[in-house]
Design a binder for this molecule. Structure first.
Ligand code: TYD
Length: 207
């Protein structure tokens, strides 16, 4: 890249979709092919103070008003972009981020309108736009099957009816944002290697 800045790459998908596996597989592949490239792996909710509060609500240790919860995701995102993502991009590192504001639109789509959630996320969106958004598109029933195979603790959103609504909000959000974001939808029923391969090719094209 001419300006030596890193790329901001976002990974989205339902719980159990395989997005985190794909993210980690992609990092491994890039490290093999291009050992000098620095990648900063991160996630939202973040590991900062606001992110920790969100995780308490997700595991039902505390109860919050749904709109408070929605706002907290956006607040956490702003903290994360300012304190972690932007500095890494400026250092020339690629940032691979597990979830971004699209999760807010999808998971809290039944709490506030799309316009309201977009406005909550204005502070972060004004600072940075992802170079690529990958959506790992896995049917909710398959996600549920995977969740029950690999995990003990059911989080708030890990139920199939909720996943179906979330999927609908994701797709509506992507449709409405298709002219302003670089969104790539990947078939989540492919093998992890195939998904990683496709992501790698897409990223290579925007090297
Ligand atoms: P997840 O990536 O599934 O984390 P983990 O691997 O630790 O389970 O994210 C945790 C949950 O947070 C997930 O169910 C989606 C939810 N979430 C929202 O509801 N809104 C948001 O804006 C974000 C970033 C996440």
């Amino acid at each position: 890249m001419a300006d030596n800045k890193g790329r901001f790459v976002v990974f989205e998908g339902l719980d159990g979709s395989g997005k985190t596996t794909a993210l980690e597989g992609l990092i491994e592949k890039i490290k093999k092919e291009d050992p000098d490239r620095k990648i900063f792996q991160t996630r939202e909710p973040s590991d900062g103070e606001v992110g920790r509060l969100i995780r308490k609500a997700l595991t039902k240790q505390i109860v919050l008003e749904p709109k408070t919860f929605t706002l907290l995701f956006a607040a956490d995102r702003y903290e994360h972009i300012v304190n972690e993502v932007k500095p890494a991009i400026e250092r020339g590192e690629d940032v691979f981020c597990d979830r971004y504001y699209f999760s807010n639109l999808a998971y809290q789509g039944d709490v506030a309108s799309r316009d309201m959630i977009l406005s909550f996320n204005r502070p972060a969106r004004d600072l940075i736009t992802p170079d690529v958004v990958f959506f790992v598109d896995t049917p909710p029933e398959e996600c549920m099957r995977r969740i029950h195979k690999g995990r003990d603790q059911e989080e708030l959103f890990e139920r199939v009816d909720k996943l179906k609504i979330t999927e609908r909000f994701y797709k509506e959000a992507f449709e409405s944002l298709k002219d302003v974001e670089h969104i790539y939808i990947l078939d989540g029923t492919l093998t992890p290697d195939q998904i990683v391969e496709k992501m790698f090719d897409i990223l290579s094209d925007i090297a």
